[in-house]
Design a protein around this ligand. Structure first.
Ligand SMILES: [Zn+2]
Ligand SMILES: [Zn+2]
Length: 313
């Protein structure tokens, strides 16, 4: 329930700021064994054949690795969430009228950055098999968004909580969620150096800065943007951090940990997404493969091709 009541939780959930102040005592994390992973997926025997296959553990999936140092699971007690637990958790259901995902650009974007926004939108449409709409750019100067110069770098930063307040009023009547993207750095309160993003699951709003992901135009940059957008939207669906497999929904404490997480869901999280918003697994993977090939994400394209082979058998 903490995820719903504490608006700061999703920041930690996201990635990033954990390493600034949360390195306390290292916690022991034991990667779940095969029986535990199967239990997390749950009973699939009564599902149609294509779903049984899609939600089975195969060679395409790696069990969650050990955690050490500043890794998320070495610093956070994560109970994990089985499919059954997901079903009984409080979550935002995808149902009319709230059926559409919104992307909200804030501030200025170069042409290359605008292209990335469009790619994030296109990928979210495939990933969630839902309509995704780009909202007109918000000019921060026309709204009450507190800003400052970062004391260290001198770069401009927006106060993320002001943006969340603004987004609450901007969520359209048919919006399942509205996630804002800005190229300006963010801070959540005066004492913090920066934050990658902040979200309120209960209020279906979030804001993320792509300022620290590298150079727009680089496939690695795009990959990071796609990961953060889909991971956070996954939380909106009620999917908690994954501890069973190497998975997009793994918690992350740093950019390098984010880079090492895959851009796909494990069988447990895929089943959760499917139960929230039904889709045809092979069609979805086929579209993902086409997207990855188009945008030079070779490893992701290769993984998806392998999945399609598994599901074709
Ligand atoms: Zn998260
Ligand atoms: Zn997972």
């Amino acid at each position: 329930m903490r995820a719903r009541l504490n608006p700061l939780f999703p920041i930690l959930v996201l990635m990033g700021i954990g390493f600034i102040g949360i390195i306390a005592q290292e916690r022991a994390f034991t990667p779940p064994d095969a029986v535990t992973r199967k239990f997390a997926i749950g009973e699939t025997r009564f599902l149609p054949g294509d779903q049984q296959k899609a939600f089975s553990e195969t060679r395409s999936f790696s069990p969650k690795s050990e955690a050490e140092g500043i890794d998320w699971l070495a610093n956070h007690d994560e109970p994990g969430q089985t499919f059954e637990q997901f079903l009984s958790a409080r979550r935002n259901l995808v149902q009319p009228p709230r059926t559409k995902l919104y992307v909200q650009p804030i501030g200025e974007f170069s042409d290359k950055e605008k292209a990335v926004l469009e790619q994030v939108k296109a990928f979210a449409k495939i990933f969630f098999q839902m309509p995704v709409e780009m909202r007109p750019v918000i000019d921060p100067a026309k709204h009450q968004i507190t800003s400052r110069k970062n004391p260290g770098s001198g770069n401009t930063q927006f106060l993320s909580t002001d943006i969340l307040t603004l987004l609450r009023d901007e969520l359209p009547a048919d919006g399942y969620s509205i996630l804002a993207i800005t190229m300006t750095d963010l801070y959540p309160e005066e004492s913090w150096n920066f934050v990658f993003g902040q979200a309120s699951i209960q209020e279906r709003v979030g804001v993320f800065s792509f300022a620290r992901y590298g150079e727009a135009g680089d496939p690695k940059y795009l990959q990071r943007c796609l990961k953060v957008f889909t991971h956070e939207t996954g939380h909106m669906f009620g999917v908690r951090h994954c501890i069973h497999f190497q998975c997009l929904m793994n918690g992350s404490n740093s950019l390098s940990e984010t880079d090492s997480a895959p851009l796909h869901l494990c069988p447990v999280c895929l089943r959760k997404l499917h139960s929230a918003k039904a889709f045809e697994p092979r069609k979805r993977y086929q579209q993902m493969k086409t997207f990855f090939e188009k945008h030079e994400l070779a490893d992701d394209a290769k993984w998806t091709a392998g999945r399609l082979k598994e599901l074709a058998k």
